[in-house]
Write a protein that binds this ligand. Structure first.
Ligand SMILES: O=C(O)c1cc(=O)[nH]c(=O)n1[C@@H]1O[C@H](COP(=O)(O)O)[C@@H](O)[C@H]1O
Length: 275
């Protein structure tokens, strides 16, 4: 099944647009699982799986702990235990075509991810190798959630801002590829509305709620697609470090449920004003 189909099915089946980000940091992991990154992540997965539309492991945290085999095992575990839940590998790769081929192979063949985050700034030939995996998703950085996102993404270039060019290229020039998605931060709802106007049917990966303080209602108002979904709203630290005691997984579940419900309420409110 293609990534976008898997996602659409999961949005419906779980009635959730929440994505839990798996960003294991040894400085914040509970004492009860110190040194056991696989156990920590699996506990979070088991506690939150029914609440999410996707999981998003961030490769840097695993690499920095010399835990890449654990990342590989974790993705295989999610697929085996929860086959309907897409896994987005957050790697933000970007390099010339021949190297991109190796990155694509890493994401899709080694890790078995259903989608990967990619930087579009080196151009189409650097994105193409990922698209050769036709059933997988490729999510391009567009308007990122961080304050410094404005340094380059907000620059005017030929009558449009850089992030708008990325959205337009993805939605129009590259549109025969229905595998594409865009990263659009919840921290900039105004720009998100602009991206939605340019790319009406494209899934958005939306980081920036929770620890980064983005407003759920404002993001949902800006980002819902014409079918009333279209968003993979990620929260990492606020969920996975909701508790630090031995009951950390239950605390993560409570926070994930609360966040999913807040997203649901926002969606209902926005759809209510649309009709
Ligand atoms: O691609 C991403 O996931 C991403 C893009 C972006 O613009 N901002 C952003 O925060 N992220 C990632 O989303 C996660 C956000 O984590 P929290 O702020 O803890 O919810 C981290 O894994 C970031 O690397």
């Amino acid at each position: 099944m293609k990534f976008t189909e898997m996602l659409e099915q999961r949005w419906r089946d779980a009635d959730s647009m929440l994505c839990v980000g798996l960003d294991p940091n040894p400085d914040r992991m509970p004492a009860s699982v110190q040194g056991r990154v696989g156990d920590f992540c699996r506990a979070i997965v088991e506690a939150t799986a029914d609440l999410v539309c996707a999981f998003k492991p961030q490769i840097a945290y695993f690499a920095a702990m010399r835990a890449l085999p654990e990342l590989e095992e974790l993705i295989a575990y999610i697929h085996e235990r929860h086959p309907g839940i897409p896994v987005i590998l957050d790697a933000k790769r970007g390099d010339i075509g021949s190297t991109a081929k190796a990155y694509a192979r890493e994401a899709f063949e080694i890790y078995g991810a259903d989608a990967v985050t990619v930087s579009p700034y080196m151009g189409f030939d650097t994105v193409e190798p990922y698209l050769e995996y036709e059933d997988r998703g490729v999510i391009l950085l567009c308007r990122t959630s961080n304050p410094g996102g404005r340094d380059i993404e907000m620059l005017q270039a030929g009558g449009r801002r850089v992030f708008e060019h990325v959205a337009a290229m993805a939605a129009q020039a590259w549109k025969d590829h229905d595998q594409l998605g865009l990263v659009v931060g919840a921290t900039f709802p105004e720009e998100m509305a602009g991206v939605r106007a340019i790319a009406p049917g494209m899934p958005f990966l939306v980081p920036g709620i929770g620890a980064q303080g983005g407003d759920i209602l404002a993001a949902v108002r800006a980002g819902l697609d014409r079918n009333g979904r279209g968003m993979i709203i990620n929260s990492s630290r606020a969920v996975i470090y909701a508790g630090s005691g031995p009951d950390f997984a239950q605390a993560a579940r409570r926070k994930a449920a609360e966040t999913r419900d807040a997203i649901r309420r926002a969606r209902s409110a926005v759809l209510g004003t649309r009709s």
